[in-house]
Write a protein that binds this ligand. Structure first.
Ligand code: GLN
Length: 304
């Protein structure tokens, strides 16, 4: 847990009581300086950009710009919440993923850089020239589905999540990012797509083991438990998806799954056992095996 702000001026500035003396003027540079070392300077910048509604370049170029008293108060209050552990993405209400800006709330997982690999591998399997059907299971904010949709306008993407609130946020993201080729459905895994077949199924499911101490650390403490934890070995959802995916895949279709750093071998084994061919695992940029997949084989193979 980060330590709480201790600087007396800093505390004075975000004291909401009516007894507070008027706030002295604060510049951008002073505001950033005041929150050190309680929060990382990169986090302070993101909070201040959000409060002032300006770019990173603007902060750098205008260190002497003065904050209005309400802006200063709002900034110090967000900084205090960050110091107490709340994720920056929830405090500012957005996170960039695949160069797109997604709205996020504590009802959805914060999109992670390593999940961009899932999108890369998916795009490699979706034609740019003909229509394709793609299913994203456990879409959360809609990040994976919408990133695929924006890069493959001919594809039709179906995104499902068991959380109605997540679906509301995913729809909001599809609207503001103008992704018109995505439909969002509330429901458990394949329950909303009975009888449908897809050329590609992708998922970043919950995959953390129930007792994993990471669930009690950092950003994960504030994220929806149901989007993270999946049974004693973290593989409950992955097992469920792999077992049911084959009947929803068209000939030559692929299943791609993100998983934990130590789950690649187990995933490949589950995929092979379920009858998938060309089973593989792929490392993320940190060199960790992060996505595994397999193909529904038969003849003649007709990948999308
Ligand atoms: N990659 C996330 C983490 O461990 C977990 C996300 C997930 O369970 N899908 O921080």
């Amino acid at each position: 847990m980060s330590r709480l702000p201790t600087d007396p001026d800093y505390l004075l500035r975000h004291d909401n009581s009516s007894m507070s003396p008027p706030l002295p003027q604060t510049t951008i540079a002073q505001a950033l300086q005041q929150t050190r070392p309680d929060i990382a300077v990169t986090d302070a910048r993101m909070l201040l950009q959000s409060v002032l509604n300006v770019s990173h370049a603007h902060l750098i170029a205008h260190p002497s710009q003065e904050l209005a008293p309400e802006q200063a108060q709002q900034f110090y209050s967000l900084a205090a919440r960050r110091a107490a552990g709340e994720p920056v993405a929830y405090l500012v209400g957005e996170r960039e993923f695949y160069s797109l800006n997604f709205k996020v709330t504590p009802a959805v997982l914060i999109p992670r850089p390593e999940t961009e690999l899932l999108v890369d591998l998916a795009l490699g399997r979706v034609s740019t020239e003909r229509p394709c059907k793609v299913l994203d299971l456990g879409t959360g904010s809609g990040a994976v589905a919408i990133a695929i949709a924006k890069h493959r306008p001919l594809a039709s993407i179906t995104a499902v999540d068991s959380s109605e609130t997540a679906i509301v946020i995913a729809r909001m993201n599809a609207k503001h990012l103008v992704a018109t080729n995505v439909r969002m459905l509330a429901g458990d895994w394949f329950s909303g797509v009975a009888g449908e077949e897809f050329d590609l199924i992708v998922s970043n499911p919950p995959y953390v083991a129930d007792g994993d101490p990471h669930l009690e650390q950092g950003d994960l403490r504030f994220e929806p438990h149901t989007a993270l934890a999946a049974g004693s070995d973290g593989l409950d959802c992955i097992r469920c998806i792999i077992t049911s995916a084959m009947v929803h895949l068209s000939t030559g279709g692929w299943l791609l799954l993100e998983h934990g750093y130590d789950q690649a071998a187990a995933c490949r084994q589950l995929l092979s056992k379920a009858g998938f061919s060309e089973v593989f695992s792929h490392p993320d940029l940190a060199g960790t095996m992060r996505v595994s997949g397999g193909k529904r084989q038969n003849s003649p193979a007709q990948s999308c």
